[in-house]
Design a protein around this ligand. Structure first.
Ligand code: PEP
Length: 254
């Protein structure tokens, strides 16, 4: 990730189904990144594809993981450690994605994973977001709790290795028209930085906040212009080479 550049992180989730398709998608994403040099572009494929891309990344695009273990080494069947991820060239790990939280990942596990990856020199991209929005604004309390639980044990010296993705669950995996509005994203981003300042002091207010949830070429410009964010975490649209190229171009040209 390059300082001062907007950041686009592609979360492929459990797609595509074969190494050949993954390679072709990766090369298309790399072409898009090469045309958008004012951005930092990161691709997070399923674990087995990561090492296929280590040598293909070429400094144009970076590699990210969709998760990481909270330990390095030991009897943790099925887990992948920050040490292994670092060794194959991963620079960012998504931590606490709502699809993992839905499968039992608690704030405490998220906190331990965030600490483990930053200690390894990997940026922790920690996802937070409310399940529903209520008119009273109670969802702010959910956000505050998630952020405090995720970061209160992280040492201040690692602050520059932390990024927060605001990913309201109600906006994930839908049509761009169902995404959060730029105003809603802006309000959440300001709130998240305020909570980070409560935890880390003034420096916390500089934390980078991304938005994720049905971002596509249609809403990318308004969200980036008015959402007070540093970039996007992109799910299903990152699997569509044309849409992803269009999206990165829009973000690049802004
Ligand atoms: C996500 O799940 O991280 C995400 C951003 O998904 P989508 O873009 O598909 O809403």
């Amino acid at each position: 990730m390059k300082k001062g550049k907007k950041l686009i992180v592609a979360n492929w989730k459990m797609n595509p189904g074969t190494a050949a398709e993954a390679r072709s998608l990766f090369l298309a994403s790399r072409r898009a990144a090469a045309e958008a040099r004012r951005l930092s572009v990161v691709v997070c494929p399923p674990f087995p594809f990561l090492s296929l891309f280590s040598r293909l990344a070429n400094g144009v695009i970076s590699l990210g993981s969709q998760d990481a273990c909270w330990r390095n080494g030991g009897p943790y069947t099925g887990e992948v450690s920050p040490e292994i991820l670092k060794d194959i060239g991963v620079t960012i790990s998504i931590i606490g994605h709502s699809e993992r939280r839905a499968r039992g990942e608690t704030d405490d596990i998220v906190s331990r994973k965030a600490q483990a990856v930053v200690r390894e020199g990997i940026t922790a991209l920690v996802c937070v977001g409310e399940r529903t929005r209520d008119e009273n604004g109670d969802f702010f309390a959910t956000l505050r709790e998630q952020i405090k639980a995720s970061f209160s044990k992280v040492q201040r010296r690692f602050l520059s290795d932390i990024i927060i993705a605001y990913e309201p669950l109600w906006a994930i995996g839908r049509n761009w028209r169902d995404a959060a509005t730029p105003e809603a994203v802006r309000e959440a981003a300001i709130f998240i930085r305020k909570v980070m300042a409560d935890i880390f002091g003034d420096a916390g207010a500089q934390a980078l906040v991304l938005y994720g949830g049905s971002v596509g070429p249609e809403n990318a410009q308004a969200l980036l212009r008015d959402g007070d964010i540093a970039g996007f975490l992109v799910g299903h649209e990152s699997l569509e080479p044309d849409a992803f190229a269009w999206l990165t171009q829009i973000a690049n040209d802004l």
